[in-house]
Design a protein around this ligand. Structure first.
Ligand SMILES: *[C@@H]1O[C@H](CO)[C@@H](O)[C@H](O)[C@H]1NC(C)=O
Ligand SMILES: *[C@@H]1O[C@H](CO)[C@@H](O)[C@H](O)[C@H]1NC(C)=O
Ligand SMILES: *[C@@H]1O[C@H](CO)[C@@H](O)[C@H](O)[C@H]1NC(C)=O
Ligand SMILES: *[C@@H]1O[C@H](CO)[C@@H](O)[C@H](O)[C@H]1NC(C)=O
Ligand SMILES: *[C@@H]1O[C@H](CO)[C@@H](O)[C@H](O)[C@H]1NC(C)=O
Ligand SMILES: *[C@@H]1O[C@H](CO)[C@@H](O)[C@H](O)[C@H]1NC(C)=O
Length: 695
């Protein structure tokens, strides 16, 4: 259950001894470092890159940004050591008070892991460790220790601005500070809210919370940025006062500030100061019902906690354990990935928080009467669509690896909607609605049409879920949909009409070789589904169709000289990254002849331009290549990540501009980078913590 409780983060400032003073990023300096990345609306990054290969930017060199990069998130951190102030987070400008910048040093641990981003800094005679923790459960962390063996007086300060609500700084916000449950909690929201509405990828609804455990050593203040920060710099504490002159986000920049006095710090690190940040709203998702009415869905965590304050309190109390669990998970993920290669592990670790940061887990009901058997997960792609099928399919491995239930929770809303009969097309829907967070389906059938792509994806994901879970209830309950999609695939192949595939940016084409093989593998998957359901006759029919289409596909999709697969049937001057061959590996069907994979593998090796085609599918592609070619793909992706060419959170497309301007940024699809985990290729296994990694 804990893993379903999301939307809050903890951020801790720890003080501890660090000996090296040059700053080397381990494992790499990625384009952007995740700081607080948890939901589509709680997504704070520290841009790196752009200064050349291996370059990085310090935590206190600029403001964090929202995932789009064009929206600053005011988040400041200051520390006073023996009366002298240093900044460690953000780029505050404070008139009327002077401070220095702490110096970012080599981290003794990794700069980032799967769940944490960790900075080491020196503030005069004290070393700081600043940890941002976004567990694959909710949370973010700061600690301190003297570096000269003496005792020092240390106070830690942090604030946020109302930029965490929306990008438009002319919008009016209001705020309160409360002291419930032994906490100091600042809460801010827009004065004028609209349920289920987005502007600039931000939701015009809900509140941002910034919290600290209240002790005799903590203080708070709300007010104008320069005044509040100067108060801390000059005095080391805040005034415990609230500014009630509610105003626009950028008007006299209200900040929500918290401090903790660590007292006298010597070589031994005291307990860290832990700040929690969260974005909450209720309702969360508007979801279409079988009768066309709409259901208001809430965050899953509301079924376990009666308020955001009690959730935050529980997490702050549990943070030592949460950090330990996160660190164990980090080590497991790193170890599993290093079985492939260290470069692969660097890629995978950077993929985890971003994937989960696009999701929200919801429940129906109301306080006191939550329906805990009705859990649905919603996922936002870069654009505003909900549960886009060709976003879920490429992301699939990260959810398979962490918890197979997530896979079910993402598919259920798509399945229930289509089972209700409201969607008119005979193929699988592309997405559940064009305006996150409104899941209103497409009763007019006018979703972006990708008939073979999405029908194939749904069949493949349902079989994969069934194989791994051993739970045949999904293919039973939705058997009629599977039959509809199976019939569509059989009736519209092996020659394909002019249509879009997941590569919609490239436009439509008839007879796409790579798209066709997904559909053909899905027909073979239908045969297995029919076997599971005890219908041998239907299984044989599907299998025969798939085998016959495969023979036709090999004739038309292979170049005349047999050297490579083409982009479209019969056009020998074209080639393609044939990532859909991986679906056969995913499902362990052994249906595609090895010769096809061998040909493609040799072709990629000889045509190195193929190695950098479209990295959302790069790692998937290597499921069918030789180990040498697999490593070439991994190195190409790793080289791009470390090239300093972009500051965007892990992009997933680069064609002709080397990805410098990739519009596809910060998307969950990089969850597909986990496709090589052995755990992702094994049937009937799963759940983190059990034996999911043994072949
Ligand atoms: C802030 O604005 C919200 C939305 O209009 C409103 O519900 C709330 O009462 C306001 N809070 C304060 C403290 O004015
Ligand atoms: C914080 O806790 C201290 C005691 O631990 C108490 O004296 C103080 O009043 C509390 N502050 C607030 C704002 O409730
Ligand atoms: C500084 O803080 C102390 C309490 O710690 C308070 O008595 C004093 O008035 C404050 N000074 C200023 C300038 O805010
Ligand atoms: C709870 O959810 C399940 C699954 O959607 C549903 O079958 C059941 O009817 C719901 N119960 C109530 C009381 O609404
Ligand atoms: C697909 O390829 C087949 C075989 O070459 C051809 O007959 C058919 O016209 C093509 N389909 C389209 C829509 O171009
Ligand atoms: C083959 O593909 C190339 C590159 O996409 C295209 O320019 C050409 O028109 C295609 N040829 C045919 C016969 O479709």
């Amino acid at each position: 259950m804990r893993s379903l409780l999301q939307s809050l983060l903890v951020f801790a400032c720890g003080l501890s001894a660090v000996s090296a003073y040059d700053w080397n990023a381990s494992p790499i300096n990625p384009p952007a470092l995740p700081l607080a990345v948890r939901t589509p609306y709680l997504s704070a990054w520290l841009p790196q890159g752009l200064d050349g290969a291996g370059s990085g930017r310090a935590l206190n060199s600029e403001w964090p940004t929202f995932w789009r990069l064009d929206e600053t998130l005011g988040w400041a951190g200051l520390v006073k050591v023996d009366g002298k102030a240093y900044s460690f987070l953000g780029a505050p400008i404070v008139t009327g008070a002077s401070f220095s910048k702490a110096v970012q040093t080599s981290s003794h641990a990794s700069l980032y892991t799967s769940t944490q981003t960790v900075f080491a800094m020196t503030a005069g005679t004290v070393d700081l460790t600043i940890t941002f923790l976004s567990p694959i459960e909710p949370d973010d962390l700061c600690s301190a220790a003297a570096n000269d063996g003496n005792s020092h007086s240390v106070q830690v300060y942090s604030d946020i601005t109302a930029e965490w609500l929306v990008a438009d700084r002319s919008r009016a916000a209001n705020w309160t500070t409360t002291t419930a449950d032994d906490l100091l909690i600042h809460q801010t929201q827009l004065q004028d809210q609209t349920q289920y509405a987005e502007t600039d990828d931000r939701v015009l609804q809900g509140s941002v919370l910034y919290a600290l455990k209240n002790t005799t050593a903590s203080t708070f203040q709300t007010g104008q940025d320069t005044l509040v920060r100067a108060q801390f710099i000059n005095n080391g504490t805040l005034a415990n006062t609230q500014d009630t002159d509610f105003r626009a986000i950028g008007s006299g920049w209200p900040v929500f500030a918290l401090t903790q006095d660590l007292g006298s710090v010597s070589g031994t690190a005291p307990d860290p100061v832990i700040f929690a940040i969260g974005h909450v709203r209720d309702p969360v998702i508007q979801y279409i019902q079988p009768d066309g009415s709409f259901q208001a869905r809430s965050y899953y965590w509301q079924s376990a906690y009666d308020s955001a304050a009690s959730l935050i309190s529980a997490f702050l109390d549990d943070y030592t354990n949460a950090l330990a669990r996160a660190t164990t998970l980090d080590a497991q993920i790193r170890q599993d990935a290093e079985a492939i290669s260290p470069a692969y592990a660097d890629i995978v670790e950077l993929s985890m928080r971003q994937s989960f940061g696009a999701t929200e887990i919801t429940i129906s009901g109301e306080p006191g009467a939550w329906n805990t058997s009705d859990v649905l997960m919603f996922i936002k792609g870069e654009r505003r669509n909900l549960n886009t099928v060709d976003i879920i399919m490429p992301s699939w491995p990260v959810f398979v690896y962490t918890n197979l239930d997530y896979c079910k929770y993402m598919l259920l809303p798509l399945l229930d909607y289509q089972l209700s009969g409201q969607y008119p097309n005979q193929y699988a829907i592309h997405d559940l609605g064009t305006h996150y967070p409104i899941a209103d389906g497409h009763n007019d059938g006018q979703d972006e049409p990708m008939p073979i792509e999405e029908s194939g994806n749904m069949v493949i994901m349902l079989l994969d879920y069934t194989q791994r879970s051993g739970d045949i209830s999904m293919i039973d309950t939705y058997a009629s949909l599977l039959d509809t999609w199976g019939a569509y695939l059989a009736g519209n192949m092996p020659f394909l009409a002019d249509q879009l595939a997941t590569t919609d940016f490239a436009g439509s084409l008839p007879n796409q070789t790579n798209l066709a093989v997904k559909g053909i593998i899905a027909l073979e998957a239908m045969a297995v589904i029919k076997e599971y359901r005890g219908d041998a006759e239907a299984a044989a029919t599907y299998h025969d169709t798939a085998a016959s289409y495969l023979a036709t596909w090999q004739q038309h999709g292979m170049s005349a000289d047999g050297s490579h697969l083409t982009l479209e049937y019969g056009n020998d001057t074209t080639d393609v990254l044939a990532y859909n061959l991986a679906m056969d590996k995913l499902l362990k069907l052994n249906f595609i002849p090895d010769s096809v994979n061998d040909i493609q593998s040799a072709y990629y090796a000889a045509n190195t331009g193929m190695l950098a085609m479209m990295h959302q599918w790069m790692i998937w592609t290597t499921m069918g290549t030789t180990t040498a070619v697999r490593d070439q793909f991994i190195e190409a992706l790793h080289a791009w990540l470390t090239s300093g060419i972009t500051q965007a959170p892990f992009g997933d497309r680069f064609m002709d501009d080397n990805g410098a301007n990739s519009g596809n940024r910060g998307r969950p699809v990089i969850g597909g980078n986990l496709a090589l985990y052995r755990g992702c290729q094994v049937r009937k296994m799963l759940h983190y913590g059990e034996t999911n990694f043994d072949a």
